[in-house]
Design a protein around this ligand. Structure first.
Ligand code: ARG
Ligand code: ASP
Length: 709
């Protein structure tokens, strides 16, 4: 028994250590390759990234800045998430053609819908430019150093060789210890090809968001169009479908537990190398504050949305936006606590201290950890003040958010004069029309009352503007919402009408405007400068800490750079997990689960009639498996925001799934990845094809693809 235990321990430890990490595809090490092969990968590193011949990276662009997509046909057909294409699907929707509700399918290329402003960016090549970026920065003060680095980056971005239709982009890795240049190509004519109804693409909505078991068909399809020379071009009806250097074949052979998977994409931001003291602050101070603010806003909105269908439509997207990270932070705090992240970090730091002394590097690295303690203590009130300002004023109270935009207008007037002011004013007036279309004074007023009360009570007193010191939230609310012009589009237009000087005068006499201006001024004077000052010190410490970790860790340590919206690969296995005692979650869900969750006419859990019919007839075509239709699966790939729409790729480089979320218990993976409970969630490609082919009758799209088994 004992021996067996020991054996199991030895056998499982290395397997666990092979998980996690977001790696730069051009810099995969022998160790990465060995791990990937031991997990079952059948490709060479050259197949993943190569500058000499086409490789996987040529099929995986960033989608519109924030998501990932993949090319899945020789005619530039592009797959991403429904939630990534959501805004575009929405903007083509009208009451007569409600594509959000009913879905949209172009039955020919002529029917595909252009999306002005949407872009898709491919990586052409990746190379290290650290020496060039750091030139002339030695022995500069931190502030001067940052400035010089920025200057170097700006000039290198202009001067490094590339083709005329390409872009240079230089990004930092390992917190300022490495700089990498990407040559990119950005396509600007991206047309909507298809989207399932929200009852499939957003099935489960906010209730199921960040949750496993999941049953969402979170996908949509676009097509990249290029000029006749196959290069990026502005929209033109004469553009032609882009011929990609590589597209992903789709494997409909299916997945099972322990299969190798790899996710390729553009993860946005992680902070995996924070010291324990920083994680403690997130868990105990910053996340709880943000959760409390959003909790209050969501409760108010939800109350109104349940009673009033008009408000439900107006606030659906805003609500989902606020709820997404509110829910993520709650999971993050629980996960960090449950996985003992702080204690694990403290242990690591004890070990780190030993490395430092063994290497005789006390002079260089010996003060790092104590300095972190000092600086994080020092920044705490400022970080809190900043989070309150961002969450209350800039994010969740509409009147203040709108007021802030007008405040920026006044800044333009002061800095650049009347003409710039008028140009920007006209843009602001135009864009505010859409804002007010979805604005309810009643909702916003209640949100304001709750959030301003939190602001008054929770923001450290010394950071409050006079207007909020000892203010009474209810009275202030009645005053602002009774008198401010910002509570309606008409009111704002009146405030903004007339000569620049007169407009500025009117604004400054407005109750709502006065408040946001006072809040901003207090923030700018009392919080921001000190926050920036300490943050600069923390940035420098973090850079040195990262350098020390890279230098002193054992040779085989797996140290990956934090996510920074650049192309990465992460690999792992299809795997279930144990969310809590005695409960095991299987790694695959089926259409049966959709039917189990079905609530007729519910805004989250309704199911289209056609899908129910297909289910009843078990009419799954070539996509089913033993009479069942797979829907989603999970794996140990280390992903984050921005990985939405990323391809999940099998051992041979075929597409098997589409990444879109993570499991609730593992949302702390941005700070501390625990292979026991961190899982990414993917839609099974067989479900995607089944919906396209059997549900939507758009089999011509499947014919474009290359299917393998
Ligand atoms: N949680 C996923 C990601 O962060 C999906 C979000 C979209 N879905 C939603 N119900 N809000 O972005
Ligand atoms: N849902 C996220 C995204 O939109 C992915 C994640 O955070 O796991 O990128």
């Amino acid at each position: 028994m004992k021996l067996l235990r020991l054996l199991v321990l030895f056998l499982t430890v290395p397997a666990v250590a092979q998980q996690g990490g977001m790696w730069i595809p051009s810099l995969l090490s022998g160790l990465n390759e060995k791990e990937m092969k031991s997990l079952g990968m059948k490709m060479k590193a050259e197949d993943i990234y190569s500058v000499n011949h086409s490789s996987l990276k040529d099929a995986v662009p960033q989608f519109d800045g924030g998501c990932t997509a993949e090319v899945i046909s020789p005619q530039g057909l592009l797959l991403t998430n429904h939630h990534c294409g959501y805004d575009n699907i929405q903007s083509h929707s009208t009451l007569e053609h409600d594509y959000l509700t009913n879905g949209f399918w172009a039955m020919s290329q002529a029917e595909e819908l252009p999306n002005p402003g949407v872009v898709v960016t491919f990586i052409v090549s990746i190379d290290d430019v650290t020496t060039k970026v750091l030139e002339g920065t030695q022995s500069l003060s931190e502030e001067a150093r940052q400035k010089k680095i920025q200057e170097n980056i700006t000039s290198l971005t202009k001067s490094l060789p590339k083709e005329s239709w390409q872009e240079n982009s230089i990004r930092t890795f390992y917190e300022g210890n490495q700089y990498i240049r990407f040559i990119t190509e950005t396509f600007k004519d991206i047309r909507l090809v298809g989207a399932p109804p929200s009852s499939i693409g957003k099935f489960g909505s906010d209730t199921d968001n960040w949750v496993w078991p999941r049953h969402t068909g979170d996908f949509s399809m676009f097509r990249i169009y290029a000029g006749k020379d196959n290069r990026p071009a502005e929209y033109s009806k004469d553009n032609v479908p882009y011929k990609p250097k590589h597209f992903l074949p789709v494997n409909i052979g299916g997945v099972k537990e322990n299969d190798f998977t790899m996710v390729f994409g553009y993860p946005g931001r992680t902070t995996e190398y924070l010291p324990a003291v920083a994680v403690e602050q997130i868990v105990n101070v910053l996340d709880p504050a943000k959760i409390e603010i959003r909790d209050a806003a969501l409760k108010v909105e939800d109350g109104f949305m349940r009673k009033d269908p008009q408000i439900k439509i107006q606030y659906a997207s805003k609500y989902a936006g606020i709820a997404n990270y509110w829910k993520k932070w709650i999971g993050e705090v629980q996960g960090l606590k449950k996985s003992n992240a702080v204690a694990i970090k403290r242990n690591y730091e004890a070990q780190f201290t030993q490395w430092v002394s063994k290497a005789g590097k006390q002079a260089e690295y010996g003060n790092l950890l104590p300095d972190f303690e000092v600086q994080y203590k020092a920044i705490e009130p400022y970080a809190l003040g900043r989070d309150y300002f961002v969450e209350v004023a800039l994010r969740n109270t509409e009147l203040l958010t709108i007021g802030y935009r007008l405040y920026q207008l006044e800044q333009v007037y002061n800095a650049k004069g009347a003409q710039s002011f008028t140009d920007r004013k006209n843009n602001t007036i135009a864009s505010l029309e859409a804002t007010y279309k979805d604005y309810s004074k009643a909702v916003d007023e209640k949100v304001f009352e709750q959030l301003i009360a939190l602001y008054i009570n929770k923001v450290p007193k010394q950071f409050l503007p006079d207007a909020l010191l000892n203010a009474n939230a209810a009275q202030l609310t009645a005053d602002v919402y009774g008198k401010s012009g910002l509570v309606s589009y008409e009111g704002v237009k009146q405030l903004l009408a007339g000569e620049p000087a007169a407009v500025i005068q009117k604004l400054n006499a407005d109750k709502g405007y006065q408040l946001i201006k006072a809040m901003t001024a207090a923030y700018m004077e009392k919080v921001a400068p000190k926050y920036e000052e300490i943050n600069l010190k923390i940035t420098a410490l973090q850079r040195t800490y990262m350098k020390a970790i890279l230098e002193l860790s054992p040779k085989d340590a797996r140290i990956f750079p934090d996510a920074n919206s650049t192309l990465r690969i992460t690999y792992g296995k299809v795997k279930g997990y144990e969310p809590r005692d005695a409960v095991y979650y299987e790694p695959v869900t089926y259409l049966d689960g959709v039917i189990e969750k079905y609530v007729p006419n519910d805004y989250e859990f309704d199911v289209p009639q056609k899908l129910i019919e297909l289910y009843n007839k078990k009419d799954y075509g070539q996509y089913g498996e033993n009479g069942k239709m797979p829907v989603c699966f999970i794996g140990t790939n280390h992903t984050t925001g921005g990985n939405s729409g990323s391809p999940a790729i099998d051992a041979k480089g075929n597409l098997i799934g589409l990444n879109f979320d993570r499991v609730w218990e593992g949302t702390m993976s941005d700070i501390h990845y625990d292979p026991n409970i961190c899982r990414n969630i993917m839609v099974d490609m067989r479900y995607v094809l089944f919906i396209v082919d059997k549900f939507a009758g758009a089999g011509h799209l499947v014919k474009e693809m290359k299917l393998v088994k």
